[in-house]
Design a binder for this molecule. Structure first.
Ligand SMILES: [Cu+2]
Length: 208
């Protein structure tokens, strides 16, 4: 699954650079300690070496911040011409998923008690635009398996897109402590083939 693989790449590069800087610091520390033992009473200052070192570190820092921001930007392409819109509302203590533009105007919600967990159904290969808000306190929509996490605020809509490239089902949870039953605010996100999604979306028009 290529989903959000960018974070793995970002972490790997940052770990390599951090490891390199750590080794350099360790080597310089060891060298200066040994040198200090050899000749006591002598203090030398090397402003050029220090300036070079500071400039090097600053360059690394600027590169890492810029590169990470760029990777994150790449990860959130603009929604295509017709993204599937899903309005997601967190509440104490469950989730509400609405499909305002689907013909069936489907709405999925639940109590998040026991097996009554709502399922966010999305088609594979199509951009899904989630518009996330909250009815009461701050929640956070988190799907650990897909590396998606976005806060849900009352009186504010957070919009983000996701495109899943394969079918499957992942467990979602609330990642912001929101009260007594925060721990049970679980839901499912299920990616199905486009035809299956259309079938499911239209089923919403049929009488229950
Ligand atoms: Cu919560």
């Amino acid at each position: 699954m290529r989903q959000r693989h960018v974070f793995g790449a970002v972490f790997a590069l940052e770990a390599v650079i951090a490891g390199g800087v750590f080794l350099v610091v360790l080597a310089v520390l060891a060298w200066s300690l040994l040198r200090r033992r050899a000749r006591t009473a002598e203090r030398s200052e090397r402003p050029r070496v220090e300036a070079f070192y500071v400039a090097g570190l600053a360059a690394f820092a600027v590169f890492l911040v810029a590169w990470t921001a760029w990777q994150n930007h790449e990860e959130h392409p603009a929604a295509g011409p017709r993204p599937l819109r899903v309005d997601v509302t967190g509440f104490q203590w469950c989730w509400d998923f609405r499909y305002p533009r689907s013909e069936g105007h489907r709405r999925v919600t639940g109590t998040c008690k026991g097996r009554d967990m709502p399922t966010l159904v999305v088609p594979t290969g199509r951009t899904v635009q989630l518009r996330l808000t909250s009815r009461d306190v701050i929640h956070s929509l988190w799907v650990p398996g897909l590396r998606y996490k976005t806060d849900a605020f009352p009186d504010h809509v957070n919009t983000f897109t996701l495109t899943l490239d394969r079918t499957g089902r992942w467990r979602g949870r609330c990642a912001e402590f929101c009260g007594q039953r925060h721990w049970s605010m679980d839901f499912w996100i299920k990616a199905v083939p486009a035809e299956e999604y259309e079938h499911w979306a239209h089923a919403g028009t049929a009488p229950a």
